[in-house]
Design a protein. Structure first.
Lengths: 190, 190
DNA sequence: ATCTAAGTAGACCGTTCTGTCTACCAAGAG
DNA sequence: CTCTTGGTAGACAGAACGGTCTACTTAGAT
């Protein structure tokens, strides 16, 4: 693996665990065993490394989600969404590392200005996740208004579950969200 | 107002806007015009100032919420919850300052370890908010299992709305959550 | 009258931060 | 064969960090 990718992965690991501002460039270098010059050869500055870490995580997460929803369709796919979250929260998933909340929510907290490029990347990630779920809904339901309305509600439950799991430590949050999702799908008669 | 409270308020303002680790003690002092010795007279260290800011915000927020739910009961109270969020997101509220996401979610992102005292304070805040809403549900519904189930779902929607409003910038998130809440209450036949 | 608590200004300390720089090395391409 | 690319080790600079300290002031309480 090339040094650039090693740096990005190690940076993500540390940023996800301890936060962006709490992790210095020197720690990323020490833990990855890579020279400082090499880092500044690949990235103009820390912010660019942060951006690369965010994009890396985006790619990993979206791929993970697509895979988890791959084999199922319709209502079952929506249930799989929350089952996947449940596995994540409870450490039954190898792909996403130990759960420390949503990396993108965490990064948005540290880069609070919505105009900041790094905050924007987080917003884009959420939109990409939304697109994955929307596609699953769209092939199932004809009414595109209903698709959008259900999508909004399901994503609210998903974000809520992640927050509850991280802030309060409620590891059942995904299952509670799944229950709510079932009730909403029932109410929409789908 | 005594200096201690001035410090806490200014610290909260800055921490909420820019994040904890991005705001140095010296900036809090410069912007509040208070001497460093005074800060260290009232607080052993920065973390204690952070804790005080979290507790201050907790008090302000819970009071705000109680007030917004004061005049209403039953289903209407749940609707008021999301109307209040909508006002907050869209800057129609004077009590909570300009919206930069949930302070407690943001702080939890920077103090990711659930065992950390400051993370714990954030969890306690969420539990206090839950208690306010639970009380509103409890005086309305007899079945305490139903109260807990509805409470969980409504809080998921609330947290989800805050995240969507902040990360993606969806200022309609509260109204979408309100719609989902209505559907859930309908489904529960209350 | 005196003593204490709370305040001011700001120098200072050791540490850490991001980022630059020098000097050297290895391997593949023209 | 030489030259570029990507790499190593680590000193260094300048700023900012949290925190300590001295010296002085002010206002109440005893």
């Amino acid at each position: 693996m090339d040094k650039r990718e090693q740096l990005v992965r190690m940076a993500f690991d540390l940023f996800y665990r301890d936060g962006i501002h709490a992790v210095g460039i020197n720690r990323v270098l020490a833990e990855s065993g890579i020279a400082k010059k090499t880092l500044y050869h690949h990235f103009p500055g820390k912010n660019d490394l942060v951006a690369a870490a965010v994009e890396y995580r985006n790619q990993v997460f979206v791929q993970w989600l697509e895979q988890r929803l791959d084999a199922v369709t319709g209502r079952e796919a929506m249930m799989s969404l929350f089952d996947a979250l449940d596995d994540w929260f409870n450490g039954r998933d190898d792909d996403l590392q130990h759960f420390h909340g949503c990396f993108f929510i965490n990064v948005s907290a540290e880069f609070g200005d919505p105009e900041h490029p790094i905050h924007r990347l987080c917003a884009i990630h959420k939109q990409q996740v939304a697109a994955v779920v929307r596609q699953k809904l769209a092939v199932w339901l004809d009414d595109s208004d209903k698709v959008e309305a259900l999508l909004d509600m399901l994503l609210l439950l998903k974000e809520g579950a992640i927050v509850q799991a991280h802030v309060v430590g409620d590891k059942q949050a995904a299952l509670k969200a799944k229950g709510a999702a079932q009730a909403l799908l029932d109410a929409a008669r789908v």
